[in-house]
Design a protein around this ligand. Structure first.
Ligand code: SF4
Ligand code: SF4
Length: 137
């Protein structure tokens, strides 16, 4: 079965030069779509990507990646919201085109964050007056 899965990868300093994406394509026959990439000033690497292919191949590919000490998160993508800073002003909703930030309950009108819908566009980070949204990118 062909599936598409989103991943947030964190590479330790020693592995940022390893051609891991090349191996995913060549050895595991996967399609890889990179949304965002960053190497920090300390030399750590961050990647947000979509991986498409056979579910079994993706599983093996992620096991291969983990063998390098890479941390894999299949839900988060580098964007986080600090609930304690959010005042639920709602400003981010108009900028969030995927509905990842939305009002779940019209009575409370509290803003909730569904990171499975987030594509890491960064609009909420740029438009949150409370700096509640942040990203490693
Ligand atoms: S813009 Fe910031 S403070 Fe306002 S609801 Fe969104 S996350 Fe909360
Ligand atoms: S990064 Fe973009 S998609 Fe994700 S929550 Fe913020 S505005 Fe929505």
């Amino acid at each position: 079965m062909i599936i598409t899965q989103k991943y947030f990868l964190h590479f330790p300093v020693c592995e940022t030069n390893t051609p891991i994406i090349y191996k995913l394509v060549k050895d595991y026959d996967l399609e890889v779509n990179i949304f965002r990439a960053l190497v920090s000033s300390e030399g750590e690497g961050y990647l947000v990507l979509d991986v498409k292919g056979e579910a079994g191949s993706i599983k093996k590919a992620m096991e291969y990646i983990e063998s390098f000490g890479v941390t894999i998160n299949s839900v988060k993508n580098g964007v986080v919201r600090d609930e304690s800073l959010c005042n639920h002003c709602g400003n981010c909703i108009s900028h969030c085109k995927t509905g990842a930030l939305h009002i779940a309950d019209l009575k409370t009108r509290k803003i909730v964050f569904d990171d499975k819908l987030c594509i890491a566009c960064g609009k909420c980070v740029d438009n949150c007056p409370m700096k509640a949204c942040s990203t490693v990118f």
